[in-house]
Write a protein that binds this ligand. Structure first.
Ligand SMILES: Cc1cc2nc3c(=O)[nH]c(=O)nc-3n(C[C@H](O)[C@H](O)[C@H](O)COP(=O)(O)OP(=O)(O)OC[C@H]3O[C@@H](n4cnc5c(N)ncnc54)[C@H](O)[C@@H]3O)c2cc1C
Length: 579
């Protein structure tokens, strides 16, 4: 077995399960409180709200996960100096694993808020702990442990929808095929499920859902919780793509109370990129999902609160208080002193009859490992000629048997950068057809069988079960209708000097509402540009908030409220000043 396909727990065990020295534990005592557990008592149960990080001071704790059939599988045993927890503990979300005391245990329990304070205040120790928490999540995703189980038919649109949602949110899960998996059949029998009710989802807490929406599933597994309607955030950020996540990292690290929400998952369009090669500092490239997962964890580490999936459907200003009120799809309301609009863009759909029938199972807008697995060894068609289309072709070419690339223009180089064009041309299993337009889709039961397209040589038809569309994107601005925010002729949000000399940089036509990233008129549609604007907007937010009658507390006051001691405060203050 090569290092590449060895489990992460084997390759990086020492980083996943580090043992702290007694002097290090002494330093951390101020963040937690001592608790005692009897032999056999649970320190954590999968599916139940976690209590943060527990450092074992004496005794042994067995950590286990459930496999899809409900069997308990051991992960490790923690002894004195080890700590238990994974990234869910940063925000107090439900535990994905169970932990039982093997013998009487004494532990230092550090609640989520204090854990975040520790990670900031104790730079070196914080780095080791944060790395361990992230690697443990990666390990759970790899072994598909601790998450919900989807039972349905492989390739069914709703199975893909739910699996995609969990993957894009970095949540472990398993999918069982009811036609081939005895465990799936046992689950279906146990819950008396009719075939037309599939897929079903069994959550770690034992709850059972019939073909749920993403929102219902997220609530069942504790990914998202209710938002306190009386709470007023300094800033509410709508959209957790690179622009929104960057704004969340800078705002939260500078002490602003920050909520970031997204209707789908963190990462936005960048999360769908198979490999980002032009982002500064990653000379070998990085998958969009890996880059965005880092940003998401970083935002949580600094205390940004997240609500994913939660969709904003309206934005108004409460004239009595100058507060901005976001209305969410689930009827919740969020109040904030300022709002950052970072809703980016969404993929364009092809103007061809019956497209909707095939979306979900056969027509795809992302090229992630999930889709790659689905079309392994088959011929696929891909429509598009931009850089995102180029990346997708290069990625899919190593999984699919053949790729038919259909593009409207005469020359790929006119819309695609040189490096993907050269790579595509060197791939023997890619056929490029220029000046081509898809005219018909054929198939049954939502499964595509053939596509027809018009090209210079006439109308062509080919048996193809999967079609990928990468034909550009339009701004996600529908939810702003009625907000009075000025847009340009294409629907992108106008900001700053485009609106007049009295506007702050990145401020929209409404005071206290800012727009960043792809949604902004005139923005450069790149990850780095979106991240840059996310950082820049926070400086502007400070000017805006301090100009308001209710000034935000100084950074030090806010961090003090979060429970940091004087020495830690000084350290954080210094690092904030360096940002
Ligand atoms: C496949 C692909 C590959 C790419 N590759 C590269 C690359 O290699 N290099 C590069 O520099 N750029 C690349 N790009 C472009 C880059 O990804 C975008 O420029 C960048 O993601 C824009 O970031 P953003 O945060 O402004 O918006 P987005 O990434 O679009 O994020 C917006 C977020 O807002 C959410 N949202 C929308 N409406 C609502 C609502 N009403 N309520 C709540 N949430 C909402 C969406 O779900 C989304 O998560 C690629 C794009 C794609 C599609």
């Amino acid at each position: 077995m090569t290092a590449l396909n060895r489990p992460i727990i084997e390759i990086r065990r020492h980083q996943m399960f580090p043992v702290l020295e007694p002097a290090e534990i002494e330093r951390l005592r101020r963040f937690g409180e001592i608790r005692f557990f009897r032999a056999g008592e649970a320190l954590a149960r999968a599916g139940e709200t976690g209590h943060g990080l527990s450092i074992i001071l004496a005794g042994k704790v067995d950590i286990t996960q459930q496999d899809g059939s409900g069997k308990t599988v051991p992960i490790t045993t923690h002894e004195a100096g080890a700590f238990m927890g994974e990234v869910a503990q940063l925000s107090g979300r439900p535990a994905l694993v169970s932990a039982y005391a093997q013998e009487p245990v004494e532990a230092l329990v550090i609640l989520p808020e204090r854990l975040r304070a520790l990670l900031i205040a104790e730079a070196e120790l914080g780095e080791r702990i944060m790395r361990a928490l992230i690697l443990r999540r990666v390990g759970l995703i790899e072994t598909r442990g601790g998450g919900p189980v989807i039972v349905g038919r492989t390739g069914h649109g709703d199975v893909l929808r739910l699996a995609n949602f969990l993957s894009r949110n970095g949540h472990p899960h398993q999918s069982f095929d009811v036609d081939t998996d005895p465990e799936a059949q046992a689950i279906v029998e146990r819950f008396h499920v009719n075939p037309e009710e599939l897929p079903i989802v069994v959550c770690p807490g034992g709850e059972f859902l019939r073909n749920p929406t993403e929102s219902d599933l997220a609530r069942c597994i504790g990914l998202v919780a209710s938002i306190d309607p009386d709470r007023i955030f300094d800033v509410a950020i709508v959209g957790a793509g690179p622009a929104g996540l960057a704004a969340a990292v800078y705002a939260a690290s500078e002490g602003l109370s920050t909520l970031v929400l997204d209707c789908r998952s963190f990462g936005g369009q960048a999360g769908a990129s198979a490999r980002i090669e032009n982002y500064l500092g990653f000379p070998t490239g990085i998958s969009g999902m890996a880059l965005m997962a880092r940003a998401y964890n970083q935002a949580q580490k600094f205390g940004a609160e997240t609500a994913i999936p939660d969709e904003a459907i309206g934005l108004e200003v409460d004239s009595n208080s100058d507060r901005h009120v976001l209305t969410l799809h689930n009827n919740e309301r969020v109040s904030a002193r300022s709002v950052v609009v970072a809703t980016g863009a969404r993929y364009r759909r092809l103007d061809v009859a019956d497209l909707e029938r095939f979306e979900g199972a056969s027509v795809h807008y992302w090229a992630s490992p999930l889709e790659a697995k689905l079309c392994a060894g088959q011929e696929v068609a891909l429509v598009g000629a931009g850089n995102s289309a180029g990346q997708a072709v290069v990625y899919l070419a190593s999984h699919a048997a053949k790729i038919l690339l259909l593009a409207r223009g005469k020359d790929l180089g006119a819309s695609m950068s040189r490096y993907p064009v050269e790579r595509i041309k060197s791939l023997s299993n890619v056929e490029i057809v220029m000046q081509a337009a898809v005219t018909h889709l054929e198939g049954n039961g939502g499964m595509l069988e053939a596509i027809r397209w018009q090209a210079n040589s006439g109308e062509m038809r080919r048996l193809i079960p999967h079609l990928f569309l990468f034909i550009g994107a339009s701004p996600n601005m529908d939810w702003l209708a009625g907000s009075g925010i000025a847009l340009d002729s294409k629907g992108f949000v106008l900001t700053g000097s485009d609106l007049g000399p009295d506007r702050l940089p990145l401020e929209t036509s409404r005071k206290g509402i800012f727009a960043i990233g792809d949604i902004r008129s005139g923005s450069v549609k790149r990850v780095a540009a979106a991240v840059g604007e996310g950082a820049q907007v926070v400086a502007t937010l400070h000017s805006f908030l301090t100009s308001q009658s209710r000034k935000p507390a100084r950074v030090s006051e806010r961090l003090e409220l979060r429970g940091l001691g004087a020495a830690a405060l000084a350290e954080v203050q210094r690092s904030v000043e360096q940002i």
